[in-house]
Design a protein around this ligand. Structure first.
Ligand code: AIR
Length: 471
């Protein structure tokens, strides 16, 4: 098997003077690698075998990426080793790629199916090892350390670049970029002080959502404000000390503190609460050669700010679905993104679309594609970063994706160990995906189920009848 793979290797198109890069593209092993479970063939060998890729990297950095193809047999390095990396590695391995990830948690989900470098995300030495061992680098979460991203760009091939990462790591930068691409976002105000917050709430009206500009996900780092009474509390809870201090004791007035800061310094943003009919998301992909494709919109239902269900087709008019895909495609092209871009949107009663947020990576709301589309989002991401032609995104069957959080894991697993009469009766085909996280916690994403169906109402009835998602 290993030899057969070996024969597949010339891999990416090399420039005539790039012989050393070609050698560099061979497997480079060593370091604190955790042996893969599923890909036992990827044995760890001695550090002495490692080659230096600095020469290759220099050539790689100069190479225009639009015609550079990373062919099957090459190694994809993934920053982060959670479920998104795992599913990327599973899809990409089926296409003949090898994977190596970097994640601080021993036995992380991606590390269970491909080799893992166990190290902190900001460990420069480990990042350099990832660069040496991979032919192309991608990431599976966006809070990648800026220094590491810059180093990887210099020493390896990161077709996604770090610019979009930099943009999407910060809500204010992200909103400015979306607006610059000619796409609407819900009205918002930056908030650097309690006085700013009061002024913003008066201008935008309540309810509104106060969010930290960096770091929040799955409802972390945000608060829905419904009345003026709650403003101070929410501000104290979410604002980092620096902002709170600026407002406290009257040493610096709130307004002055707000003025003194550039938008990038404001630690919070207040977003007007858009009264929406539903929330949808579209995952678009773009390759370095400029090809763009998007998946059908998913209608998303959140519980406690965590995605609960994705319903596809979304229960909205077809012309709104088409506009949503056009909007996501316009964004992925306008932002010059490479790889996947998940675009979350609100649909108003009038059918207007406002972008809520972006994620430059595979997205939970795109997991339905794994069983219901001609190409999964993970295969598409690998295709995009490797500059292969993008896969067809056609929906093959209606589907509902339901997330399995820590509190649902045991029940969902037990259900899969027996006959599911309900599913048979309803004509629903449940496909279980479990991520292998060693610690299960309430609210933690442990897996998901794609419910293939003839009609999404039947799949929703299955979710209801199982009684597994009552909490
Ligand atoms: N992730 C990244 N951004 C948002 C999400 N959900 C995925 C990535 C990351 C994992 O969630 O795959 O590695 C982290 O999950 P947890 O449960 O350890 O927080």
């Amino acid at each position: 098997m290993r030899d057969a793979y070996g024969m597949l290797k010339p891999q990416r198109m090399l420039k005539p003077d790039e012989g050393t890069a070609g050698a560099g593209a061979e497997k480079l092993r060593g370091g604190q690698t955790q042996e893969a479970g599923a890909q036992g063939g990827n044995a760890v060998t001695e550090p002495a075998e490692r080659e230096t890729r600095s020469e290759a990297a220099a050539t790689k950095a100069d190479e225009p990426s639009f015609d550079r193809v990373i062919a099957p047999g090459a190694t994809v390095g993934v920053l982060g080793g959670g479920q998104l990396g795992r599913m990327m590695a599973l899809a990409g391995s089926a296409m003949g790629y090898r994977f190596v990830s970097l994640d601080p948690t021993q036995d992380a989900p991606c590390g269970q199916v491909s080799p893992q470098i166990v190290a902190a995300y900001d460990d420069i030495k480990a990042a350099r090892e990832l660069a040496q061992r991979a032919d192309v680098i991608t990431y599976e979460f966006e809070n990648v350390d800026a220094g590491v991203a810059a180093l990887l760009e210099e020493e390896s091939y990161v077709p996604q670049g770090s610019a979009l990462l930099y943009t999407t790591q910060h809500r204010l930068r992200e909103k400015a970029a979306i607006e610059a691409a000619g796409v609407p976002v819900a009205p918002y105000r930056k908030v650097a002080s309690l006085a700013d917050l009061k002024a913003a709430a008066a201008e935008l009206g309540l309810p509104a959502v106060l969010k930290t500009v960096t770091g929040g996900y799955d409802g972390k780092g945000q608060a829905v404000l419904r009345s003026e009474d709650g403003l101070e509390d929410a501000f104290r809870r979410l604002a980092p000390e620096r902002a709170g201090a600026a407002d406290g004791g009257g040493a610096v007035s709130g307004a002055a503190a707000g003025e003194a800061r550039s938008s990038e310094d404001a630690p919070l943003v207040l977003e007007k609460f858009v009264p929406f009919r539903c929330e949808i998301s579209v995952i678009a992909a773009r390759s370095p050669r400029g090809e763009v494709k998007s998946f059908p919109p998913a209608e998303n239902i959140h519980v406690n700010n965590i995605l609960h269900l994705s319903i596809v087709p979304a229960r909205i008019a077809e012309d709104i679905q088409r506009r949503a895909q056009e909007l996501a495609e316009k964004l992925v092209a306008g932002l010059n993104a490479v790889g996947l871009l998940a675009v979350e949107m609100f649909v108003t009663e009038d059918g207007e679309l406002f972008v809520n947020e972006l994620a430059p990576r595979p997205h939970n709301s795109g997991h339905y594609t794994m069983d219901a589309c001609a190409t999964s989002q993970f295969e598409q991401h690998v295709r995009a970063v490797c500059n292969l032609p993008l896969g067809e995104t056609e929906l093959l069957t209606p589907v509902v994706m339901v997330n399995v959080l820590g509190q649902h894991l045991e029940g969902a697993a037990a259900r899969f160990c027996g006959d599911d009469k309900e599913a048979n009766q309803l004509g629903v085909i449940p496909k279980l995906h479990i991520y292998g996280k060693t610690e299960s916690k309430t609210g933690r994403k442990m897996g998901h189920i794609n419910l293939l169906c003839k009609d999404t109402a039947a799949a929703l009835a299955w979710v209801e009848h199982t009684n597994l998602w009552r909490n």
